[in-house]
Design a protein around this ligand. Structure first.
Ligand code: GAP
Length: 387
């Protein structure tokens, strides 16, 4: 199963091995056209749910490299040692040794004072960030599951100590909801024992998915980081309620983008039989598909069909249905092949313009999951695709 998914990812432009023409480079991967769009859609939905749908969240985008003091103060250097990539900054004799960040979280903590001074938020509030992280994993493996360069979507949510359990439960619910919304199936929660938790955590739940390479793996985790990080960076907060300076505690929902992407693909990957032929398709939720709809003229060499199909294509591009805004035009090969190609990238609807369209202004709309086709008036097409 995993081999089939890796092969589909390569064939259809989701994920390519990094530096493939030089034999690949272990622990690094490239996302192709459809993979980039799917990944972007997952990140955008996360931003929508974890930031814009709420009133208490700020967004940030901090740099990958920081002063060497940051990862020393955070305990990363003493606790993870080798796993942290060392880099040299500067040239000649004036060089400084620093590190590539191993989590996006530290940029949020070190900017805590800036966020408070700019926005004057009241507790509880949070800061969210999506960005790259790097770990010099001893054995990168299982496709994009364990790599040396990956992306995270993290929230650091600042609370009063007495409230930590309440907000831990709140984020646990939001995480489960998000996993369900992107179509990740049968997630299991695992409470980590003290010896399995990271050095900064007093409670951690891992959210696990049965990846088809044979073991259950962590898609995301929820940690109670206490006041560990702000204290180590010597940061505090003036609590208007009590009028005193205090150090907020932190709840951290943290998603791996690549592991979410892989779990989404594995959950969506479906094999069935259609019209007596075996087929493969991605049963992706409509709001994250790489292509929202594809438009085909029945025949490539009939200008009247091609022109009409281009009109419908332009109309949909201008008024994209809810979800991914990407609409595709395809006149390559026979219709059956075009359907199969769209099935494999998870396109929910294919629209075909044929000779009847020229007579009655209707098109054929084919449903990805059932393969069923129905005729729809062009004027009703956008509403149909939204349904
Ligand atoms: N800030 C908390 C933190 O970094 P983590 O459990 O070490 O916690 C968070 O990492 C998420 O990052 C994981 O749940 C996983 O999805 C992703 N992740 C961690 N290491 C990874 C790797 N080597 N390759 C791909 N994703 C990884």
């Amino acid at each position: 199963m995993m081999e089939k998914i890796i092969s589909l990812c390569k064939r259809r432009g989701f994920v390519y091995p990094n530096s493939e023409i030089y034999g690949g480079f272990s622990g690094f991967w490239n996302y192709g056209h459809y993979g980039s769009i799917l990944k972007e859609n997952i990140k955008n939905l996360w931003k929508q749910r974890f930031v814009f749908d709420r009133e208490d969240m700020f967004l940030t985008d901090t740099s990958i490299v920081s002063s060497p003091m940051v990862l020393e103060s955070s305990g990363h250097i003493s606790n993870f040692g080798n796993e942290i990539f060392k880099i040299q900054i500067g040239t000649g004799e004036e060089t400084t040794t620093s590190h590539l960040r191993a989590e996006t979280a530290q940029g949020i903590f070190t900017d805590f004072k800036n966020v408070v001074d700019t926005h004057h938020p009241k507790l509880p509030f949070g800061v969210a960030q999506i960005g790259k992280a790097f770990r010099n994993e001893i054995s990168p493996r299982d496709f994009i599951f364990r790599s040396r360069e990956f992306e995270q979507m993290e929230v650091e949510y600042f609370v009063r100590e007495k409230d930590w359990e309440k907000y831990f439960e709140m984020w646990r619910g939001s995480m489960l909801k998000f996993l369900a919304e992107v179509g990740i199936k049968e997630v299991k929660e695992e409470e980590l024992s003290p010896e399995d938790r990271a050095h900064y955590s007093k409670r951690t739940i891992d959210f696990l998915f049965d990846y088809p390479f044979g073991n259950r793996g962590e898609v995301c985790g929820l940690a109670y980081r206490t006041d560990f990080d702000l204290k180590n960076h010597k940061l505090d907060y003036l609590d208007e309620e009590s009028g005193e300076r205090m150090v907020p505690h932190v709840i951290e929902p943290s998603f791996g983008v690549d592991r979410s992407f892989l779990a989404v693909l594995c959950s969506a990957y479906t094999e069935d039989e259609l019209g007596g032929e075996p087929r493969t398709y991605l049963k992706l939720p409509k709001n994250i598909v790489p292509v929202r709809a594809a438009v085909f003229p029945l025949l490539k060499n009939k200008p009247e069909l091609v022109n009409k199909a281009r009109e419908v294509y332009a109309m949909l591009k201008k008024n994209p249905p809810v979800g991914g805004p990407n609409i595709e035009f395809d006149d390559n090969g026979n219709i059956g092949k075009r359907y199969r190609r769209q099935d494999e990238i998870g396109t929910p609807h294919c629209i075909t313009i044929d000779f009847d369209t020229l007579e009655d202004d209707t098109v054929t709309v084919r449903d990805r999951d059932t393969g069923e086709q129905e005729r729809v008036k062009i004027g009703e097409l956008i509403a149909k695709l939204k349904s």
